[in-house]
Design a protein around this ligand. Structure first.
Ligand SMILES: Cc1cc2nc3c(=O)[nH]c(=O)nc-3n(C[C@H](O)[C@H](O)[C@H](O)COP(=O)(O)OP(=O)(O)OC[C@H]3O[C@@H](n4cnc5c(N)ncnc54)[C@H](O)[C@@H]3O)c2cc1C
Length: 320
């Protein structure tokens, strides 16, 4: 496929879409094309996306009820074949990953998963991205076109909203998917509105916390530090003690706070990939050989049930 120089982005999450637009603008400052956002939703969302910095929006209208986000793949594939963008960056959500995989398969190219950084080697694009479930990072040079990649939340920083955007909104004809999957039931779950990616301080309990009720002690520490409460994946997905939006890691949030405190966190790669860009890392762990201890700037070796109350007392005494 002979490509032009534009970079398209798509995410069903508007906050992530804004970050992908920043990513596309970074890439197009090199390719010389435009950052173009694909929007599935109301017209107001397409207008908001222009304010987020997209130079053009491809608006596909609203998804009909009972349909899946993945249903946009044939439309995207036809659009990509007709307009031949340089690349398409998709938000690394559950839905986004499904879209990227299906789209890449349709177009006969590879999809780069979980990109952390794009670099240029002359005219050649290089992508530093996570592999083996976050266990390693690899640099790939995509050879086929278009470049299809997924990027998670917190990797790129969204620009400030523009008051007077001058981009245009265009449409693409909808291509009906050949598959018949349909939504038959929706169940809502409690969604937390936390934006961990923007947090300056994060307190992160792990499985070292023995009981759900003990989280109130960790919450008290977070409050004393004016920090956001995060967690490791087992606390959110296995135990269900905290909402899924609060876990950090390859399949969760990426954070870059000034201060990260891991409380009873072992520091497995799938978790640390999400917090490795923290400025100061503190580990509280009774095991001095826990991987997070060797990756921390300060480590407190001890039982969190003694260390955390002592820390809270000290912080309160300083404020008094
Ligand atoms: C494909 C895949 C994706 C994954 N994605 C993620 C992800 O995005 N995010 C994520 O977090 N995980 C993820 N995981 C899981 C990850 O591999 C680890 O299992 C998980 O991060 C471990 O969580 P933890 O540190 O809370 O628990 P553990 O590994 O069980 O560690 C508990 C720690 O607490 C310490 N401890 C115990 N009691 C105390 C005490 N009283 N005082 C002080 N310290 C104590 C222990 O010494 C230990 O170091 C993923 C796994 C896979 C396979």
């Amino acid at each position: 496929m002979t490509e032009n120089k534009d970079v398209w982005v798509y995410s069903e999450k508007p906050a992530l879409q804004a970050e992908l637009i920043a990513c596309a603008r970074q890439l197009t400052s090199h390719t010389g094309g435009q950052a173009i956002a694909v929007v599935l939703g109301p017209r107001s969302l397409a207008e908001q996306t222009l304010r987020q910095g997209a130079q053009r929006v491809i608006w596909l209208g609203e998804l009909a009820s009972g349909r899946l986000v993945e249903d946009l793949v044939p439309t995207l594939a036809a659009g990509v074949q007709a307009k031949t963008p340089f690349g398409l960056i998709i938000g690394a959500t559950i839905r986004g990953r499904a879209v990227a995989g299906r789209l890449a398969a349709r177009l006969g190219v590879a999809a780069l998963a979980d990109v952390l950084e794009f670099q240029w080697d002359g005219p050649a694009l290089l992508a530093r991205h996570m592999v083996f479930g976050g266990g390693a990072v690899r640099i790939d040079r995509p050879l086929a076109s278009p470049v299809i990649a997924t990027v998670g939340q917190g990797i790129f920083e969204a620009s400030a909203l523009q008051a007077q955007p001058n981009g245009e909104i265009e449409t693409l004809p909808w291509v009906e998917p050949p598959w018949q999957a349909a939504v038959i039931e929706r169940r809502s779950r409690a969604v937390s509105s936390v934006n961990l990616s923007a947090a300056k301080r994060v307190v992160c309990p792990g499985r070292g916390v023995a009981r759900q009720e003990d989280l109130s002690m960790i919450e008290e520490l977070a409050q004393a530090l004016s920090a956001e409460m995060a967690c490791t994946r087992p606390l959110a997905e296995g135990l269900g003690w905290l909402p899924r939006e609060r876990y950090i890691g390859i399949s969760g949030a990426m954070v870059k706070p000034d201060l990260y405190i891991g409380v009873g966190v072992s520091g497995q790669a799938q978790h640390t990939i999400g917090m490795s860009e923290s400025r100061v890392v503190v580990a509280i762990n009774k095991d001095r050989h826990a991987p997070l201890v060797s990756q921390s700037d300060y480590a407190v070796e001890g039982d969190l049930y003694q260390v955390v109350p002592a820390l809270i007392r000290a912080l309160k005494a300083r404020k008094a």
